[in-house]
Design a protein around this ligand. Structure first.
Ligand code: DGY
Length: 356
């Protein structure tokens, strides 16, 4: 019993998918409190707040002044994310609270997600999948006369836009007209917004598709001499066919993809976002898609998750996901392990593995 009493108390704001070893560590070394088990979280924090020394958090809960004020003895916030937009890191620092995150272990997984979204929206894979699931298949003679007379040469921006975003896909999804809706990825000019670890991993993958890579980055300018650097996102967009957003969400990057950027990308351009919703002016993106001022989008993240603008839900050229960029078994386990290892290191007086 006395051993139990000395275990540091850890408040969990988000659950962790733990492998047995990490679960054993967590349960044997800490007293764990789970916010989602509390009927009245405010009363619970008022009662237990002073005993809490560690916090486990994730992509949705806020670790802000309101919470920190209720945890006067907290020493460490261990976030199960690489992005720290939901943690007030400077306030933590001010109060002497350590912060850790989960870099590196999710880089490949998230870069894979960007590629998947890119291919999915440019080739309209979900719509094609649904078409086959509906028992359909393109038939000879089905395609419109205009396409018969002028075959693939006609796969131009003009034709693409004729077909894109039609509510009734059945009129388009057959014969050559299916081609008219789709865009080749290989060789397209890619602009990466934010060339950190994940942005660079996306660039590497797209090099394999023969895509010339350009980028905008506030901090990484000198590191990638093989890529074109633009010091404005508008210029980057103007010189790209595909804009992939991979920057951290900060004050300076909020709505960095705005109407001007979308118009610079233009009606044949695609947007992929695996970063955070608020880096894009979401209302402007929706408008641009509805008005066909951009060609399509692959989106893993949204401004008010779990809300997704309803206009995006019935467009064949828009693919949406529920913020699952890092959601593979291996990656989520590796992230959760880091979360626990950081707590263990902190409370045994060892250096943190991934301090912020
Ligand atoms: C991160 O780590 O920031 C991801 O978005 C969460 O999976």
């Amino acid at each position: 019993c006395s051993a139990m009493a000395t275990k540091p108390v850890v408040l969990h704001l988000q659950s962790l998918p733990l492998e047995p070893r990490a679960a054993e560590d967590l349960h044997s070394k800490f007293e764990n409190l789970f916010i989602w088990e509390q009927a009245d979280p405010a009363a619970f924090l008022a009662e237990k707040g002073a005993s809490i020394r560690g916090v486990v958090t994730g992509v949705r809960p806020w670790v802000n002044q309101e919470l920190l004020d209720k945890l006067p003895n907290v020493e460490i916030v261990s976030s199960n994310t690489v992005g720290l937009d939901k943690v007030d890191v400077s306030l933590c620092k001010e109060r002497g609270v350590s912060v850790t995150n989960t870099p590196d272990v999710l880089t490949d997984c998230t870069a894979d997600t960007a590629l998947a979204l890119l291919l999915a929206c440019m080739r309209q894979i979900p719509a094609a999948h649904q078409y086959v699931c509906d028992g359909r298949w393109p038939k000879e003679g089905d395609y419109p006369v205009t396409n018969k007379l002028k075959p693939l040469v006609l796969v131009t921006a003009e034709i693409m836009h004729l077909c894109q975003g039609l509510a009734d896909l059945s009129s388009c999804l057959y014969g050559h007209s299916i081609c008219a809706m789709l865009a080749v990825v290989s060789g397209k000019r890619v602009g990466v917004v934010g060339l950190g670890r994940i942005g660079a991993a996306i660039g590497k993958r797209l090099e394999g598709f023969g895509c010339p890579i350009s980028y905008y980055s506030r901090s990484k300018k000198p590191q990638y001499p093989e890529y074109n650097y633009y010091n404005s996102v508008v210029e980057l967009a103007r010189n790209s066919d595909i804009l992939v957003v991979a920057c951290a969400l900060e004050k300076a990057t909020t709505k960095i993809i705005n109407r001007e950027v979308l118009d610079a990308l233009g009606p044949t351009g695609f947007v992929v976002n695996i970063a955070r919703g608020p880096v894009i002016d979401e209302a402007e993106l929706v408008k641009a898609l509805v008005e066909k001022r951009v060609a399509g989008a692959g989106l893993d993240v949204f401004v008010n998750e779990p809300e997704v603008p309803k206009e995006l839900l019935n467009m064949a050229n828009v693919v949406v996901q529920p913020h699952v960029g890092s959601a593979t078994y291996e990656t989520r386990n590796a992230m959760a392990n880091l979360v626990v290892e950081n707590l263990v290191a902190h409370f045994s007086g060892k250096p943190l593995l991934t301090p912020v």
